[in-house]
Design a binder for this molecule. Structure first.
Ligand SMILES: *[C@@H]1O[C@H](CO)[C@@H](O)[C@H](O)[C@H]1NC(C)=O
Ligand SMILES: *[C@@H]1O[C@H](CO)[C@@H](O)[C@H](O)[C@H]1NC(C)=O
Ligand SMILES: *[C@@H]1O[C@H](CO)[C@@H](O)[C@H](O)[C@H]1NC(C)=O
Ligand SMILES: *[C@@H]1O[C@H](CO)[C@@H](O)[C@H](O)[C@H]1NC(C)=O
Ligand SMILES: *[C@@H]1O[C@H](CO)[C@@H](O)[C@H](O)[C@H]1NC(C)=O
Ligand SMILES: *[C@@H]1O[C@H](CO)[C@@H](O)[C@H](O)[C@H]1NC(C)=O
Ligand SMILES: *[C@@H]1O[C@H](CO)[C@@H](O)[C@H](O)[C@H]1NC(C)=O
Ligand SMILES: *[C@@H]1O[C@H](CO)[C@@H](O)[C@H](O)[C@H]1NC(C)=O
Ligand SMILES: *[C@@H]1O[C@H](CO)[C@@H](O)[C@H](O)[C@H]1NC(C)=O
Ligand SMILES: *[C@@H]1O[C@H](CO)[C@@H](O)[C@H](O)[C@H]1NC(C)=O
Ligand SMILES: *[C@@H]1O[C@H](CO)[C@@H](O)[C@H](O)[C@H]1NC(C)=O
Length: 470
């Protein structure tokens, strides 16, 4: 232990700062940051849960829904051993983690790996680089991510400060979607019928539809807050399809980060969060001692597509609220209407990177190739063993495309095929333009676009302006 005595004063000071930071975060176990590598075991199992008066078995990690949180510091390497004790193949993806030069552990099934079979295990090595804030992990096979997901919390390096006043505690808020039916059956039926997916039966906050749905009041997510404290809500939209508005009754929200990067702070009455996005928002508990609804509702612009406009709720409870108020319903949050495009664009127009010396925005400055990529939902001829009884036109099914190319999963993973120069798995001939030029911003389909089915993909070389390719 002689090294400790000789430790320079500056290093000791850094250690002390580290201890203070660790104490400020109540939810973080002290042992998690002993060294730069952290190890997690994720056990995939089927777990029975009940929502909206329906019981069903869902896939979970370690029996938790939403799943466990991964804690890391900027630049850490984290290992997650996934043990598949479910009855189907699965993979996990680390959403928003750039993973420079580490493509084998990205997770999409048949893209960067073959799935983990039932009974097998696979250890992911997750390499963090300049992400800082909130990200999330989720299954990347079939529809498993509907229930197999959790938060990734990336704190600054030891001794580095947050670029905003420190909060008292953080609270993960998962916005999600619940189906009464089994999501795997839903996927298989939809593939067979060729139609659109059946819309979810409810949106959820931390896995719970909340007070406004049948049989759900008991499970409603409740979060106690102390007056005068500041809380960080790490809002993650883990829904399969829905963009959502989110608000807390009586409280403004100060948005400070998104997708693992800091933003120039701005204060709003509600946020709009797309499926897959994360938002870090500060909430000051400075209102009357009472109970307030947190609320989430779908945002959708296309009135042709059905959505459920009901509201998922959770409850923010001041610890000094008088017990008598337990009987009265909490204050309702003011959310924009489902189709309020103005509210959504007014919000997204305010998103700006923090872009300071400590948190630069390091985008490539040189453009080598310009592309136009159209994302569309088109129709494919019905497959031999598909019924297509719910298809858009007789004998067809819906399928998505990029520049009129649809993706068909091969039987081996594409990354492996690429490195071993395997032929016939994918062709690097993805078109840089759509086959048809039309008014890309006009509402509604311009023309019927038919598909070229096949696993074409684009080989993209990405270069940062400060170094070599990733
Ligand atoms: C970090 O700690 C884990 C568990 O204690 C250990 O297995 C691992 O070797 C350590 N890694 C380093 C780089 O010290
Ligand atoms: C889940 O519920 C079903 C019946 O609804 C039961 O057969 C099964 O054993 C339960 N599974 C678990 C893991 O509890
Ligand atoms: C399950 O995964 C294995 C190995 O990764 C693969 O060979 C098999 O085709 C997969 N099964 C399905 C139904 O995708
Ligand atoms: C994980 O899988 C490896 C083979 O890939 C096997 O040797 C090992 O026993 C498995 N570990 C557990 C805990 O199941
Ligand atoms: C939304 O879902 C709830 C609960 O599943 C249901 O009672 C309600 O009728 C749905 N509303 C619409 C407009 O689809
Ligand atoms: C929220 O912000 C608006 C606009 O800045 C302001 O008028 C309102 O008083 C604020 N509400 C609370 C509860 O702080
Ligand atoms: C939800 O949809 C129903 C039926 O379409 C409509 O009556 C109701 O006003 C809508 N509610 C909201 C909050 O948009
Ligand atoms: C449908 O056909 C595909 C090949 O065209 C095959 O892989 C799949 O197993 C078939 N599904 C059923 C339900 O028969
Ligand atoms: C769909 O196509 C089938 C076979 O081509 C035909 O028998 C049927 O009448 C068509 N249905 C409609 C609604 O056009
Ligand atoms: C394309 O569509 C948008 C939205 O309807 C419209 O504002 C714009 O004028 C159109 N552009 C052309 C060139 O027609
Ligand atoms: C899209 O792809 C399909 C299938 O290859 C083809 O028939 C169709 O002509 C393509 N559409 C356009 C606009 O090129």
């Amino acid at each position: 232990m002689g090294g400790v005595a000789k430790m320079p004063a500056a290093a000791l000071w850094l250690l002390l700062v580290g201890v203070v930071v660790a104490l400020g975060v109540a939810a973080t176990p002290a042992h998690a940051f002993r060294n730069k590598t952290n190890h997690y075991d994720f056990i995939i199992t089927e777990t029975n849960v009940t929502r909206l008066c329906h019981e069903k078995a869902i896939l979970t990690v370690n029996g938790q829904f939403p799943g466990p949180t991964i804690h890391a510091r900027r630049g850490d390497v984290v290992f997650v051993n996934v043990h598949n004790r479910g009855r189907k193949n699965i993979t996990l993806h680390w959403h928003g983690v750039d993973q420079p030069r580490n493509p084998w552990f990205d997770g999409p099934e048949f893209i960067t790996q073959c799935p983990i079979r039932p009974g097998a295990n696979f250890t992911y090595r997750i390499v963090f680089s300049d992400e800082e804030g909130t990200l999330w992990w989720h299954a990347h096979s079939d529809f498993d991510r509907a229930t197999v997901h959790g938060a990734i919390v990336v704190r600054p390096k030891l001794g580095a400060a947050y670029p905003y006043p420190e909060m008292h505690k953080d609270i993960p808020i998962f916005l999600g979607e619940w189906w009464n039916v089994d999501v795997q059956h839903l996927l298989e039926e939809t593939m067979q019928s060729g139609g659109d997916f059946k819309i979810s039966d409810a949106n959820t906050i931390n896995g719970q539809p909340g007070d406004l749905f049948p049989c759900s009041r008991k499970g409603t997510f409740r979060v106690p807050v102390e007056r005068g404290r500041t809380y960080m809500l790490r809002v993650i939209n883990a829904g399969l399809t829905n963009d959502m508005f989110f608000a807390v009754a009586g409280h403004n929200l100060t948005v400070i980060g998104s997708d693992g990067h800091y933003l120039r702070p701005f204060t709003v009455g509600h946020i709009m969060i797309a499926a897959g996005q994360t938002m870090n928002v500060l909430l000051h508990a400075d209102r009357a001692a009472s109970r307030y609804y947190m609320a989430a509702r779908t945002f959708a612009t296309n009135s042709e597509i059905p959505v459920n406009n009901s509201t998922a709720t959770a409850v923010l409870e001041y610890t000094d609220a008088p017990p008598s108020s337990a009987g009265t319903p909490p204050a309702l949050a003011d959310l924009p209407a489902v189709g309020d495009l103005g509210a959504a664009t007014a919000y997204t127009a305010r998103l700006r990177s923090l872009a300071t010396d400590g948190h630069p925005v390091d985008v490539p400055a040189r453009v080598d190739e310009r592309m136009v990529v159209t994302v569309s939902v088109n129709v494919l001829p019905c497959g031999a063993n598909e019924t297509c009884d719910d298809g858009p036109i007789n004998g067809t099914r819906f399928a998505a495309s990029l520049n009129n190319v649809s993706f068909v999963a091969p039987a081996v993973d594409i990354l492996d095929a690429y490195y071993s120069s395997m032929r016939g798995v994918s062709e690097p001939d993805f078109p840089g333009r759509p086959p048809l030029a039309y008014n890309f911003t006009a509402p509604g389909p311009a023309e019927e676009l038919w598909f070229r089915a096949g696993p074409d993909f684009l080989v993209a070389q990405y270069e940062k302006n400060n170094g070599g390719p990733h």
